[in-house]
Ligand binder design. Structure first.
Ligand code: APR
Length: 169
């Protein structure tokens, strides 16, 4: 059973086997976590993402799925890109958000990663309320974490950290 840890800070400063990126379907970068990972990780990540688009994902990575690339200059062996659902008032997309965590862990297990670092997927640009996003993250990781040794959530601010602390307790 994996240890679950919480950290407040910048995910690109973490050392781990795999760092999960809150990407978009294009896999070609963006803002937030995505922007930070490409900025800090360097061009090798984008080059590999382009190759993924040309081969396995011509239409882009579907929401809820996960795919690994090199971590470039980050202190990690892989970046696992996953695409969170955009928050919707009218439609319950919780299963898609849970799928991001589950599929990222599945990919990490297949790679042989023992430490995996997650951001709070969908809770930024994609507008998911932090408390609910934290609940889904913790619930999903708790039920699928047996494939790795440590799962670390890196929260950018105190609001996110507190939400995950509450979800953990
Ligand atoms: N380290 C850790 N957490 C971060 C960082 C960082 N460097 N930057 C932002 N965050 C936090 C945000 O505060 C938010 O709580 O990560 C969470 C996810 O926010 P986003 O990065 O905006 O990701 P998401 O909401 O999933 O939206 C994805 O945004 O950046 C674009 O290309 C990306 O289109 C995609 C969309």
């Amino acid at each position: 059973m994996a240890t679950i840890r919480l950290v407040q800070g910048d995910i690109t400063s973490e050392s781990a086997d795999a760092i999960v990126n809150a990407a978009n379907s294009s896999l070609l970068g963006g803002g937030g976590v995505d922007g930070a990972i490409h900025r800090r990780g360097g061009p090798a990540i984008l080059a590999e993402c382009r190759r993924l688009r040309e081969t396995d994902y011509p239409a882009g990575l579907p929401t809820g799925q996960a795919v690994a690339s090199t971590a470039g200059d980050l202190n990690a062996r892989w970046v696992i890109h996953t695409v969170g659902p955009v928050w919707s008032q009218s439609e319950d997309r919780s299963a898609l958000l849970a799928s991001c965590y589950r599929e990222s862990l599945r990919v990490a297990g297949e790679l042989g990663a023992s430490t995996v670092v997650f951001p709070a997927i969908s809770t930024g640009v994609y507008g998911w309320p932090m408390d609910d996003g934290a609940r889904i993250a913790i619930e999903t990781v708790r039920s699928f974490a047996h494939v790795v040794e440590e799962v670390r959530f890196v929260l950018f601010d105190a609001h996110g950290y507190r939400a995950f602390e509450t979800a953990l307790s």
